[in-house]
Design a protein around this ligand. Structure first.
Ligand code: ATP
Ligand code: MG
Length: 473
């Protein structure tokens, strides 16, 4: 069925922009044309010229119709994998998953996953179908896909094809499984997480039967590999609607992060807070950029609070040392979910410093820079801003954080010294001046850095040597 006319002029509400870069969920399901990249059109044409039917399918069509830029372009075709390889004999071809019918073609630098129409067999391990049967029917291929909005397909000749009422759901912003939800979630439990991930990134509602079923079947996620969970969870966390989805479908996330449940109802009776720890965390998430590291940091930053909570005789809560406990929990969870070493390092570093006080003076700013470096200093401003937005007085730190940023820019612009490596003198100079090698050289350099930061000595070699001899030897 041809839907190009049908979908024209249908529009959905456009959520307010929060000013963050990256994917936006502004959507106007009214485009009659999809502007696929040239390599996609060329690849489809080549398959057609060789007598096969072929379409762009799934996420790329969905996102294009929503006015978003697709992450990747997947093609589906009646050609068998070996036939696809023959058609693209002049291209670089990677046999990605021949058994599942997928061939990756590198077309002008763009990797295209080209998969043969297929019917999935039984899912022995709830991960991948035990065996797949290739098909010549587009409908059969679309029927195995997870949600109706992911069944849309497109080619230049046909325009958008909609065999499972995906366009209605796309227009209404609804996620609905293709066929019986219990059956589809039992076949592959990752779809449960994919469903709430799409709700988070696209801001779609999950249709009632699909929602009930995913909650009922959530424990099936236990059988899914950490790597697959991690990929979807990261996307969920970076979605524009992450906090709402985490609130409503927290029990799904608790299947693989049970530590989350301790945040619920963990009161914060202090003059600074107005939410329990979960409410605070979700609100803070809304106020941080949607990058993997920052969202993970905000998600985990207060995980240590339930353990560290102490109530004094006046009924006031204290959370001393919670940063370090949050680091321990974040590290354990991230490793369990097989996040790479660099991500674990970055996130735990930021969680560790999240409660650091904002510097008030240039000297304090330089000392902080010496400790954490420029990138983490900038990240800390963002983290502190988001953290404060989720407290009783959301703008309490505005001026201090602006000053924190301005101090950094001034220091960088003037090339002002804030670290030992920026001193106009080094360890060799100190040794030449008679300072014994080792601890003493280090202490001498630190003493000089202190003096430079405090303005007691200019950062010039002669002045530094004189200062050293007079005060530090
Ligand atoms: P993204 O924006 O993350 O790329 P996507 O929907 O394109 O979202 P992909 O993982 O690229 O997700 O998958 C491409 C298409 O393959 C989907 O749109 C869907 O049609 C189908 N698909 C992917 N994973 C599953 C699954 N677990 N079960 C059924 N169909 C799936
Ligand atoms: Mg995709």
């Amino acid at each position: 069925m041809w839907y190009n006319d049908y979908i024209s002029n249908l529009t959905r509400d456009v959520p307010k922009d929060d000013g963050f870069p990256g994917k936006t969920t502004e959507r106007t399901v009214g485009m009659t044309e999809i502007h696929a990249p040239k390599p996609v059109c060329d690849a489809l044409r080549l398959l057609h010229q060789n007598g096969f039917s072929a379409y762009a399918v799934g996420g790329c069509v969905r996102d294009s119709l929503l006015g978003l830029s697709p992450e990747d372009w997947d093609l589906t075709t009646s050609a068998r994998p070996e036939e696809t390889e023959r058609v693209f004999a002049d291209f670089r071809v990677v046999e990605t998953g021949l058994r599942h019918g997928t061939v990756t073609v590198l077309a002008e630098g763009l990797p295209l996953e080209i998969t043969t129409y297929r019917i999935d067999g039984a899912y022995a391990d709830m991960r991948r179908p035990e065996q797949v049967t290739f098909s010549t029917e587009l409908r059969e291929d679309l029927a195995r896909r997870d949600f109706t909005v992911n069944t849309l397909c497109w080619s230049e000749e046909t325009g958008v094809l909609d065999l499972f009422e995906g366009l209605n759901d796309l227009r209404d912003g609804v996620l609905r499984t293709v066929g019986n939800a219990d059956k589809r979630f039992s076949e592959d439990a990752l779809r449960i997480l994919r469903c709430i991930r799409f709700a988070s990134t696209l801001g779609f509602q999950i249709e009632d039967a699909t929602s009930d079923s995913l909650l009922f079947n959530r424990f099936r996620l236990q059988s899914i590999s950490a790597e697959r969970i991690r990929a979807e969870f990261t996307k969920l966390l970076c979605g524009k609607h992450a906090s709402k989805v985490l609130e409503k479908y927290r029990s799904v996330v608790e299947v693989f992060i049970p530590e989350l449940s301790a945040l619920v109802g963990c009161a914060q009776n202090t003059p600074y807070h107005c939410y329990d720890v979960l409410g605070h965390t979700l609100c803070a998430l809304d106020h941080i950029e949607p990058t993997e590291i920052l969202r993970l940091c905000m998600f985990f930053h207060d995980f240590g609070k339930p353990i560290c909570r102490r109530t004094d005789e006046n009924g006031r809560d204290h959370f001393k040392g919670h940063g370090a406990v949050s680091v321990g929990i974040a590290e354990a969870v991230l490793k369990r979910l097989r996040y790479d070493h660099k991500t674990v390092e970055e996130v735990t570093t930021l969680v560790r410093i999240h409660d650091t006080k904002a510097p008030r003076s240039k000297a304090e700013a330089k000392r902080l820079l010496a400790q954490i470096g420029v990138a983490h200093y900038r990240a800390l401003v963002k983290i502190k801003r988001a953290d404060t937005r989720a407290k009783a007085d959301p703008h309490a730190l505005d001026e201090r954080l602006e000053r924190m940023e301005a101090l950094l820019e001034e220091i960088l612009q003037n090339g002002e010294c804030y670290s030992i490596s920026m001193l106009a003198i080094n360890g060799n100079d100190l040794q030449a001046a008679g300072v014994p090698y080792g601890q003493t050289v280090r202490a001498g350099l630190e003493g000089l850095l202190d003096a430079v930061i405090d303005g007691r000595c200019p950062n010039e070699k002669d002045a530094l040597l004189r200062f050293l001899q007079k005060n530090l030897m």
